[in-house]
Design a protein around this ligand. Structure first.
Ligand SMILES: Cc1cc2nc3c(=O)[nH]c(=O)nc-3n(C[C@H](O)[C@H](O)[C@H](O)COP(=O)(O)O)c2cc1C
Length: 374
């Protein structure tokens, strides 16, 4: 564990959340998922607490039975661009599906967000549920196409983000030299799913490239993540389940001669925390009682602040996660976690007390990738 970083925290700040009932809570704006003031408030809470990143999950196929959040929610790049102007230091991660978007558009949007935020952008590029086929004119594709497409997509992203070498733009007004054309590189990619010539029309990021994650569970996901991305978003309903994927990722990184701790393994939890265990229980009941017909499973991180800090410390020290992403079920979930748990993590020197760097990559303790000539 030589290169072990401090624990990283991210806030999944999405609206009414991942359950059917929280929107009915008196303290939750019922329109939170498309309410800019709500997002700004959550983003500032997380930034004041020195979280490394904000994070948005996304959905490509919506149906009447979905969570209220899915039925009326912001598009990721739009909301992150707005939040870029309301925050200074925190990272801005959005999710986009390689199954339903074109790599040229996403490369351009992510790098634009990176410029707007001065090096704080991050993309979680995922394959997504096959249900989305109905919305994106790709009905001829099947689930088995998703990972081969994903590989092509990520390969193209890396090429496009490295269109220009770091010093390609001279912008010398006196001599009329804008660009050194030798430092501009075409992508010239022709694959089964995508064909992209390039160039992309944005200079290279101050953090080298936007921070790239992917999410999944399968061995193909593990292989792709460890080949292309800076981190992975993994799930699981138990500690053991998260640990299995986490171990698989670390082993694969070693196999590929990548430093297993120069990679961010992120997982999300929806803690319900109280000053005491009883207070946490009361908050949980507030939610459950809103609608007795909708089950809300008790969260894995549940109880007093000390209990939750102990769990987090254990997961972190065992190397199961590098970054914990906080989702909230209770309308004050993020605030409570910040007020009660974060100070304990700081006191134990697991989590930092201030931003160290200007870019997201810097704050994640990831080195800037060098330019990759094709
Ligand atoms: C932790 C985690 C987060 C995910 N987030 C999203 C998401 O935001 N939007 C989405 O459409 N799919 C999401 N997925 C689905 C994955 O992108 C992927 O399509 C799915 O897990 C199937 O791939 P697998 O067989 O490798 O697990 C997520 C999956 C996991 C495990």
């Amino acid at each position: 564990m030589n290169n072990r970083k401090k624990l990283k925290l991210a806030a999944i700040i999405e609206g009414t959340g991942w359950n059917h009932t929280a929107w009915q809570h008196p303290d939750m704006p019922a329109d939170a998922s498309e309410n800019i003031d709500f997002y700004v408030k959550q983003a500032r809470l997380a930034e004041d607490a020195k979280f490394e990143s904000l994070f948005l999950i996304d959905v490509s196929h919506v149906g009447a039975g979905n969570f209220p959040h899915y039925l009326s929610m912001f598009e990721g790049v739009s909301i992150m661009s707005a939040l870029a102007m309301k925050t200074e230091r925190i990272g801005l991660a959005f999710t986009a599906s390689s199954s339903y978007t074109d790599p040229y558009n996403i490369a351009r949007q992510a790098l634009s967000l990176d410029k707007i935020s001065k090096g704080r952008a991050s993309l979680n590029a995922i394959t997504s549920n096959p249900g989305g086929m109905v919305n994106f004119s790709r009905g001829h594709l099947s689930r088995s196409d998703q990972y081969p497409m994903h590989r092509e997509f990520l390969e193209i992203l890396m090429h496009l983000w490295d269109t220009y070498e770091d010093d390609a733009f001279i912008r010398d007004k006196e001599n009329g030299i804008f660009l050194n054309p030798e430092k501009m590189h075409l992508t010239n990619y022709s694959g089964k799913y995508f064909s992209v010539e390039g160039p992309l029309n944005l200079s290279r990021s101050v953090q080298g490239r936007p921070v790239l994650y992917t999410a999944g569970t399968s061995s193909t996901f593990v292989d792709i993540a460890t080949t292309y991305t800076d981190g992975a978003f993994i799930g699981g309903f138990t500690k053991e389940a998260v640990e299995v994927t986490s171990n698989a990722l670390r082993h694969k990184l070693e196999e590929k001669n990548r430093d297993p701790y120069n990679f961010i393994i992120a997982t999300s939890q929806n803690p319900i925390v109280g000053r005491t265990e009883a207070e946490a229980h009361k908050k949980y009941l507030e939610l459950v009682q809103l609608n007795p017909y909708q089950r809300i499973p008790p969260p894995l991180f549940f109880g007093s602040a000390e209990q939750i800090a102990d769990d987090i410390q254990e997961w972190y020290e065992e190397g199961i996660m590098d970054m914990l992403m906080i989702k909230q079920d209770h309308p004050h979930g993020l605030r409570d976690f910040i007020e009660l748990v974060v100070p304990i993590l700081q006191e134990r020197e697991i989590f930092h007390t201030d931003y160290e760097e200007q870019t997201l990559r810097g704050n994640l303790e990831l080195p800037n990738p060098s330019f990759r000539k094709i």
